[in-house]
Design a binder for this molecule. Structure first.
Ligand SMILES: CC(C)(COP(=O)(O)OP(=O)(O)OC[C@H]1O[C@@H](n2cnc3c(N)ncnc32)[C@H](O)[C@@H]1OP(=O)(O)O)[C@@H](O)C(=O)NCCC(=O)NCCS
Length: 187
């Protein structure tokens, strides 16, 4: 499954390919991005590592070869600061045309491995509590539900949704990575 998909740092692919990916994400999903993704300027800021913001690692899933390569998934790990400097936040989105093929699982597992390597001892992810499939993906990876924030997310139509915060502890990470077939560090 996904044998022809590579997971690489975002800086390895042209900015345009990343922008095209985010343009393909449906509005319904876009509602739930915590950070606005406003075209090339946003992506350039990510890849240039603009000073002042929290440390971050961004990975993309890529299909195709050479000039035909396109981005079909994205995972970000945003480092915490101050008293949460041991915590990273994971954000994940997969191209609708490539969902249900294990790509979200692969990207999340790769991001967990990066988190472990960076010394983070806790990784959190925020999701819409009613999205059982999304929550299920993270539970499969060893995350546990830690909090529900009621009416915490407002969508583009003004509808309110409960937010669930799921957490993963580093003590569990190696067993989880072994479960998903990543039981040795990647280059
Ligand atoms: C959540 C998301 C990243 C999942 O990506 P994906 O590539 O489809 O996930 P996977 O194929 O790896 O799915 C892994 C498991 O999650 C569950 N799952 C994922 N999507 C599902 C769906 N639509 N219905 C039922 N189960 C689903 C299943 O258990 C699945 O395993 P299976 O296919 O063997 O049954 C994708 O739906 C997405 O981008 N959503 C919008 C953004 C978002 O909500 N991000 C999460 C919060 S940051």
């Amino acid at each position: 499954m996904n044998g022809d998909v590579d997971i690489v740092p975002i800086g390895d692919v042209p900015v345009d390919a990343v922008v095209a990916f985010f343009d393909r994400v449906p509005d319904g999903d876009r509602t739930f991005f915590k950070e606005p993704v406003a075209g090339a300027a946003t992506v350039q800021a990510w890849t240039s590592g603009a000073p002042g913001g929290p440390a971050s690692t961004r990975l993309v899933a890529v299909v195709g070869q050479g000039g035909e390569r396109s981005v079909v998934g994205y995972a970000a790990l945003i480092g915490g600061v101050g008293w949460s400097s041991h915590v990273s936040e994971l954000r994940l989105v997969v191209d609708p045309e490539h969902r249900r093929q294990g790509l979200g699982h692969r990207l999340a597992a790769a991001a967990l491995e990066v988190a472990l390597g960076s010394g983070a001892t806790k990784v959190v992810v925020e999701a819409i509590a009613s999205q059982d499939a999304t929550v299920g993906l993270f539970l499969q990876l060893g995350f546990v539900a830690e909090a529900i924030l009621e009416d915490h997310v407002r969508d583009a139509n003004g509808g309110l949704h409960d937010l669930i915060v799921l957490a993963h502890r580093s003590a569990d990470t190696w067993s989880t990575l072994a479960t998903v077939g990543l039981d040795a560090p990647l280059d």
